[in-house]
Design a protein around this ligand. Structure first.
Ligand code: SAH
Length: 259
């Protein structure tokens, strides 16, 4: 069957809808079909035309509500029958979340595509929690890693990561937190290294817990961590109180999304 449409792989940012790019906004307004994940703020969907088909393939940490093969099949099927298919993903579409695999499948099928980058929670989400991912005095680089690796795949070498300088940002790591903390300490990371957990970054219910690597596990167990959450280990966490701010609600963006 000939492919009629184009698939736009669009990053929806960490949560605050005013963090979407202008191009993401355009794509959503032109969409015939939107296939979206659980981490996408549903208010964004109100920008879609009234006759747009909305498909929730919501994924939660480590568990796919709709198997990846079915998502791929949905993308192909809709590209054959619709002009603008938007694949909407939380944060940046190429920072985990299997965005590249989806695009590979489009390439295999000869489907036209475009990628619209978004603000990743691993950088922008931290900023909303007052944590700059780099700082000349505290971190000259950063590493964003997953705490959840596919079975059979090479596991993350936490002891190796412990030896690196710079900020360590771990996504999808909460379920594995006891192991991660233990391994980083075994790898030689000081228990006094500042550490944080940032929950629901840039959303109304954003929460932040700050402590040290040595106390992180106990604090997290007390704190009743709710996903989505980022783990941050590094000296930049020291700045989080000083650099915290209350984000302004951009009324025009929100009222448009509710109309
Ligand atoms: N592409 C996304 C990441 C997908 S992996 C991005 O660039 O942000 C999903 C993980 O991202 C979650 O398990 C969580 O660790 C993190 N995450 C995504 N949005 C978040 C948010 N608003 N607050 C905290 N963590 C978030």
């Amino acid at each position: 069957m000939k492919n009629l449409g184009k698939v736009w792989l669009v990053g929806a940012g960490p949560g605050d809808i005013s963090l979407l790019t202008l191009k993401a906004h355009y794509c959503i307004q032109q969409a015939d079909v939107i296939i979206y994940d659980r981490l996408v703020n549903p208010n964004i969907l109100a920008w879609a035309p009234t006759n747009c088909t909305l498909i929730n393939v919501g994924k939660s940490s480590g568990y796919h509500c709709v198997p990846q093969e079915e998502i791929n099949a949905l993308l192909i099927r809709h590209a054959q029958t619709h002009r603008n298919v938007v694949r909407l993903k939380g944060g940046d579409p190429y920072v985990f979340g299997r965005g590249a695999e989806e695009v590979e499948c489009l390439v295999d099928e000869g489907i036209t595509f475009e990628v619209v980058p978004g603000i990743s929670s691993a950088i922008g989400g931290l900023a909303y929690a007052g944590i700059p991912v780099t700082h000349r005095d505290f971190a000259s680089g950063f590493h964003v890693v997953t705490g959840h690796t596919r079975e059979g795949n090479q596991q993350q070498d936490w002891r190796q990561l412990a030896r690196l300088n710079g900020t360590l940002v771990i996504v999808m790591g909460i379920a594995n937190l006891p192991f991660i903390c233990e391994e980083l300490l075994m790898g030689g990371k000081s228990p006094n290294t500042p550490a944080a957990i940032v929950m629901s970054a840039s959303r109304d219910n954003q929460r932040r817990l700050t402590c040290t690597l040595g106390t992180l596990l106990a604090k997290a167990q007390e704190a009743n961590i709710a996903p989505p959450a980022l783990i941050v280990v590094g000296d930049v966490v020291r700045l989080s109180d000083r650099l915290s701010f209350i984000p302004q609600v951009i009324d025009s963006v929100y009222s448009e999304s509710r109309s």
